[in-house]
Design a binder for this molecule. Structure first.
Ligand code: ADP
Length: 594
């Protein structure tokens, strides 16, 4: 459908109405006028006929056709009319304009037939003789009851046509004028409305572009003014709602961004609607590039796909724990709940993901630790129990056995004591470190190293092992001397314990790449590559039997690691099988020594 301007709509209607009115009035006026002229002419002709008929009486009575014709001409010369006299037989005997002898028989002319029947008659028709519209009025000429003939008085209607023609011309002129007036008034009526509507249109387009702040000007027109006010109200409400929506969206995005949990929204077609940074991190995908993509394409985990589908089908929430294979196997708990739109219809699902890797790892560490501690404690306790029972069963009567068994029990108790001591030391360091209670103070390392070496001297002497110390007295660090001393004792003690008799141990302190490093180098059996990463774990031993035999608890290196960490540093190891090991404590270099 083609659209038209407001002017284009009202002008044709105005014009049609006006033209219809003008044509209607004209038609009515001209037909009334025509009827009026015809009536007057007819009456005038009838009056003439009445007056003239007597003058034909004598000539008709005597059948004097020539006289009849003469009287016709005589009367006609006095008036603008034509007179014709017709005998009852239809023969024309007199006519003021034609020769009666040459005229047709007039018996069939309707006005003649009417006059012969009723005494009077009239008709309007085209005259073949005169070739124009004529009005005929007839009157029977009677002598007593005998009809002598019919007198017909006629007149051309040309003057009426002229009169009506003039009227028609004027009416046409008026119609043209009216058309022009209608066009002008249409413009006059439509222009202010069109202008107001155009302004509303521009304003509405502005609203559509989102510029809702500037209201529309309200025109004077009641209806258009009300429309403008409604549009302004609508724009204000829309603005308000948009602001609210934007604010809510920002709040939501801030909440999502700040969440530790990964949040992933999926629509009914299993396309990703949204995911926060945490989810992107957990799933190892790019958040911005994942939106609007199919879940299957982005998340490579069958368990999540199945859970999402199950929740979508059932409308019931569900959860699963799944492992993401990667650089580190991440354990992720996924809770999925159905999403519903405003009409409470299913609109997809929302998945919330928690990284349980650390938690599960800690749980495993704790389980392993409990199992290890129990195992470590069980061995000496079983041994003690066995010997105590043997003594109770009578072995105590034998002084030699009693002495031997008590020494064994004593050794096992020492072992238990050492394990419990190490466990307590470890938990104390961990606890202090966690609470920030390890107090570090600036101090020289040399006395700490010398103290530790001193404590290991006896054992070293026993194995004929020489300990060489290389440490500048100037080297200082932020330390807890007691804890650091204990760590050094553990390392030197291991070096003595595992080293071959007669070998050498070098304790060197140096600065290296922004760190102070305490190296304890031995010429012992070394540690195979596959064990290196684990020797700092609690109760981890490369050779269990040997460690036990040497009185090890399996906790020495774990204590070293935690002490190094409590100093903001770390413990490392380098080793080559059968050549020896270098265990190192690396401490941060105080800033002024850098
Ligand atoms: P343990 O009480 O058994 O010595 P540690 O935690 O001190 O426990 O050491 C863990 C394991 O690391 C030991 O059982 C041993 O196998 C290995 N180890 C430690 N120090 C040395 C070393 N200097 N040379 C060879 N192996 C070592």
């Amino acid at each position: 459908m083609t659209r038209r301007t407001f002017f284009g709509q009202i002008f044709p209607a105005f014009l049609a109405i006006t033209l219809l009115a003008v044509v209607g009035v004209t038609w009515h006026a001209t037909s009334t006028l025509e009827r009026f002229y015809h009536k007057r002419t007819r009456e005038e002709l009838a009056a003439r006929a009445d007056l003239a008929q007597a003058r034909f009486m004598g000539a008709l009575r005597s059948n004097d056709d020539r006289r009849v014709d003469m009287v016709c001409n005589q009367i006609a010369s006095e008036t603008p009319m034509r007179l014709t006299v017709v005998l009852p037989s239809g023969r024309v005997v007199g006519d003021s304009e034609e020769d009666p002898a040459r005229m047709d028989n007039h018996a069939d002319r309707p006005e003649i037939v009417e006059a012969l029947r009723e005494g009077r008659g009239s008709s309007v028709r085209f005259s073949d003789t005169l070739q124009r519209d004529m009005m005929y009025v007839t009157k029977a000429i009677r002598d007593n009851d005998k009809t002598l003939g019919v007198l017909r008085v006629s007149m051309s209607l040309a003057f009426i046509d002229q009169e009506l023609g003039t009227i028609h011309r004027r009416v046409t002129l008026v119609a043209l004028l009216a058309t022009a007036l209608v066009a002008l008034s249409s413009v006059w009526v439509s222009r202010p409305i069109s202008r107001s509507l155009a302004r509303l249109k521009t304003g509405a387009e502005r609203f559509a572009r989102g510029e809702l702040g500037i209201p529309l000007a309200v025109p004077d027109s009641l209806e258009i003014g009300a429309l403008a006010e409604s549009m302004n109200r609508m724009a204000a409400e829309l603005d308000d709602r948009i602001q609210t929506t934007v604010r809510q969206r920002n709040e939501l995005e801030a909440v999502l961004a700040g969440m530790v949990e990964g949040v992933l929204a999926v629509d009914g077609e299993e396309n990703i609607l949204n995911l926060n940074q945490a989810a992107a991190r957990l799933l190892d995908v790019d958040a911005a590039q994942s939106r609007r993509k199919p879940l299957q394409e982005v998340v490579r985990n069958v368990e999540i796909h199945e859970l999402v589908r199950r929740v979508m089908d059932s409308g019931e929430p569900g959860e699963t724990e799944t492992v993401f294979q990667g650089d580190r196997d991440a354990v992720i708990r996924v809770r999925v709940a159905p999403l519903r739109d405003a009409k409470k219809e299913s609109a997809g699902v929302l998945a919330v993901m928690n990284d349980l890797t650390d938690l599960r790892h800690l749980e495993k560490v704790r389980r392993d630790f409990v199992a290890n501690v129990s195992h470590e404690l069980k061995t000496p306790i079983t041994s003690i129990k066995g010997y105590v029972e043997t003594l109770l069963d009578g072995a105590s009567h034998n002084a030699e056995d009693l002495d031997r068994f008590l020494k064994i029990i004593h050794r096992q108790v020492d072992r238990l004591h050492a394990i419990v001591d190490d466990l307590l030391a470890l938990s104390q360091i961990e606890e202090d470190d966690r609470k920030g209670q390890v107090l570090l103070g600036r101090g020289a390392l040399l006395p700490v190293i010398e103290g530790a070496v001193g404590l290991c001297k006896a054992a070293a002497l026993e194995k004929d092992t020489a300990i060489h110390v290389s440490c500048s007295p100037d080297i200082q660090a932020d330390i807890d001397p007691h804890l650091l001393g204990q760590a050094c004792v553990n390392l030197i003690d291991n070096a003595v314990k595992y080293g071959e008799p007669g070998s050498e141990i070098h304790v060197e302190v140096a600065t290296d790449n922004g760190e102070i490093v305490i190296h304890v180098r031995d010429q012992g059996p070394g540690v195979a590559q596959e064990h290196l990463a684990r020797v700092f774990e609690r109760f981890y031993r490369v050779d269990k039997a040997r460690s036990r035999e040497l009185g090890g608890t399996g906790l020495g290196l774990a204590i070293v690691k935690h002490i190094a960490q409590a100093h903001g540093g770390r413990a490392t190891v380098e080793s080559e099988l059968r050549k020896g090991s270098v265990f190192s404590i690396r401490l941060p270099l105080p800033p002024e020594q850098m």
